[in-house]
Design a protein around this ligand. Structure first.
Ligand code: NAD
Ligand code: PRE
Length: 307
């Protein structure tokens, strides 16, 4: 048990904040964790399930005296919360966040923070399609990446190192990245795939009129994965697309070009194109598994000798 901070405040008690709380408790990483949720119902639920050592009735009350305040609200709400807590922040405290987009959060939060408060944005690359105070669990961040995005070149090195220690204590592997690069990488690996899943489920829903319940009844594994992802929180994902607009549009443009090329190959019966494309993408997937970077990958075929 290594205590990293004396007081931490979690603002917005949903999936990520509740997972942080249970992971902090598991590791004995913090003296006291305060929490704030916007609705009375969520605060009541948090008290009932023992989420946070103290649940407060305002964000400012939770943040007052904290060594670290973590904003765990949707990306579009970060600026307003920062403005609310700014007057009570302790000199020398660190403010961080867990938002899925980084440049817009820096732009929304940084102007509100007083001199002497360190701002160290972060993003754990771990989640589920569930939300709310009861959805969290201590293991969520185990062996997952957390990207720390220092808000500018002058960010206090000790504040970054202490936040890194907290995320490592919660089980994550930590890397640092520039905000714009983060937003582009996540547009490829997370944001555009979510949009595609939302779209595919929408298409299936349109088709349902033709095929009744067959779309659900006979849905294969690939489509089931799409429906899981498309069940993710609408507020969170609305905000992700509104705030990571440029990177997402860039990746969607490239996606559409590739899709049109495949569509043309199907129409013209160009089997070579399809075969080469699928061979290439299969090699990418195998490369990820062989590099040991997919901890979720099933073991199928791993033991079989490969020519
Ligand atoms: N869910 C994921 O997979 C995932 C993964 C990594 C990061 N994130 C990021 O973490 C943050 C929180 O996501 P989550 O999955 O925990 O969401 P969640 O919906 O489970 O929880 C969000 C909480 O914020 C509160 N909230 C919403 N609007 C608010 C406002 N205007 N003021 C104050 N509180 C408000 C909600 O009531 C809720 O308690 C988001 O910024 C999201 O982008 C999510
Ligand atoms: O596993 C899931 O359900 C997720 O969608 C998690 C996921 C992702 O795309 O990988 C979603 C959003 C985040 O900001 C980080 C992680």
């Amino acid at each position: 048990m290594t205590r990293i901070y004396d007081r931490v405040a979690l603002i917005g008690l949903g999936l990520i904040a509740s997972s942080m709380y249970w992971a902090i408790k598991r590791g004995g990483l913090v003296g006291e964790v305060t929490g704030y949720a916007r609705t009375e119902a969520t605060r009541e639920k948090a008290r009932e399930i023992g989420l946070c050592d103290r649940v407060c009735d305002s964000a400012a009350e939770a943040a007052e005296g904290a060594d670290l305040v973590v904003l765990c609200v949707p990306v579009g709400a970060m600026g307003a919360v920062a403005e609310e807590i700014a007057p009570v922040l302790k000199p020398g405290a660190t403010v961080s966040d867990v938002g899925s987009v980084k440049r817009s959060v820096i732009e929304a939060v940084a102007p509100h923070l007083p001199e002497g408060v360190h701002f160290v944005p972060a993003h754990p690359l771990a989640g589920t399609e569930h939300s709310g105070p009861e959805s969290g669990f201590a293991e969520l961040f185990d062996n997952r990446w957390c990207i720390i995005v220092p808000s500018d070149e002058d960010t206090d090195a000790e504040a970054v190192a202490t936040l890194r220690a907290l995320w490592e204590g919660m089980g994550a592997n930590v890397d640092e990245m520039d905000a714009d690069h983060h937003d582009l990488v996540l547009a490829v690996t997370s944001h555009t795939p979510h949009l595609i899943a939302y779209t595919m489920v929408g298409v299936a829903d349109d088709l349902r009129r033709v095929t009744d319940s067959e779309v659900i009844k006979y849905s294969a594994a690939g489509f089931r994965d799409f429906t899981r992802i498309a069940a993710s929180d609408p507020t969170m994902w609305r905000d992700v697309f509104l705030t990571n607009k440029d990177a997402t549009l860039e990746i969607l443009g490239r996606f559409t070009e590739e899709l049109f090329a495949l569509q043309r190959a199907i129409r013209t019966g160009d089997g070579d194109h399809l075969f080469e494309y699928f061979t290439h993408t299969r090699a990418i997937r195998r490369g990820i598994i062989e590099a040991g970077q997919d901890t979720d990958a099933p073991d199928f075929g791993r033991g079989a000798p490969r020519k």
